[in-house]
Design a binder for this molecule. Structure first.
Ligand code: PEP
Ligand code: MG
Length: 300
């Protein structure tokens, strides 16, 4: 059965001929970590949960405690913490801009630092302190980056706070088009295919009326991802995918063929993706990627 077959593939992600692709978990708290321990790290730690149901921002000490709990569970595995992504589909009562006519196009994610930089700086300090308290391999990345200037400003703030490995999410088409420049100012890229689809296709990710446009197999999305993967390969910069695309076994194989170096997904998706990778050589992944770039995986 499929379940039995999936259970036979364990350990690090690799194609049948041994090409490695790190299989990582998306989490919102320690409770989301894969219970069987079979994962290579956390590719996306969404920190919004800490800020929910509050009238003021959590203090540095409160945050430090929460981050330490997660970091302590990591052992030697790397973890990528995403700074607060408030706004749009993740409204936070005390932060989100009220009365924005188009919240998805408004002050969300890193953009909040334009108005309240102290919230970002406090978070970065709390992450850096928890990293040094626990000795965990902590990286940090920003959501909703649209210019290289925003990326370098974020990197400078994170490094000033004491964090050494700094990346950004690629979820706005404008920054994907500048991937070659972006890799000059950050240490890694993480493609958020959920928002990248939304902004590339001008299709609300919260709407159920346009599933074909939000299909992560759309060739326009895959071509943009391919461009990022190429810029990463040319500069030796890791490029991961942490949106829903990474959790689809058929697309995980395609993304690997495009040169993506890690796939991050909810714990329950890991086994099927690991199994799919183990069934293809890297050359087969590249062939499937070539076909997908021409639309082979879009259903019509
Ligand atoms: C994404 O946009 O693809 C992503 C991973 O982040 P989120 O779903 O939290 O916006
Ligand atoms: Mg996103």
């Amino acid at each position: 059965s499929r379940r039995q077959a999936e259970a036979t593939a364990t350990g690090p992600g690799r194609t049948s001929d041994g090409h490695r692709v790190a299989l990582l978990a998306n989490i919102g708290s320690a409770a989301d970590l894969p219970s069987d321990g079979d994962y290579e790290g956390v590719g996306l730690f969404r920190t919004e949960l800490l800020y929910l149901d509050r009238t003021t921002a959590p203090t540095l000490t409160e945050q430090n405690t929460a981050y330490r709990e997660v970091f302590e569970a990591m052992g030697d595995r790397p973890i990528v913490v995403r700074t607060l992504d408030a706004g749009a589909d993740k409204p936070l009562p005390f932060l989100s801009q009220t009365g924005e006519p188009n919240p998805a196009l408004g002050v969300r994610g890193l953009r909040l630092a334009r108005q309240q930089p102290n919230i970002l700086d406090t978070q970065l300090s709390a992450i850096a302190e928890a990293a040094s308290d626990t000795g965990a391999d902590v990286r940090v990345m920003a959501p909703m980056v649209s210019t290289v200037a925003e990326a370098s400003d974020f990197a400078a703030r994170a490094r000033w706070a004491g964090l050494e490995k700094v990346g950004v999410m690629v979820e706005v088409p404008a920054i994907a088009l500048l991937a070659e420049d972006l890799v000059e100012v950050v240490d890694f890229l993480s493609i958020g295919s959920n928002d990248l689809s939304q902004y590339l296709f001008a299709a609300d990710r919260q709407s159920s009326a346009m599933p074909d446009l939000l299909d992560p197999a759309q060739p326009a999305l895959l071509r943009l991802i391919a461009r990022c993967a190429e810029a990463g390969a040319a500069s030796g910069t890791p490029v991961g995918v942490c949106g829903e695309a990474a959790a689809r076994p058929d697309l995980a194989v395609v993304l690997t063929g495009l040169g993506v170096t890690s796939l991050s997904m909810s714990a329950r998706a890991l086994a099927a993706v690991r199994h799919a990778l183990s069934r293809h050589t890297m050359d087969e992944c590249r062939d499937l990627a070539g076909a997908a770039l021409s639309g082979a995986l879009v259903k019509d």
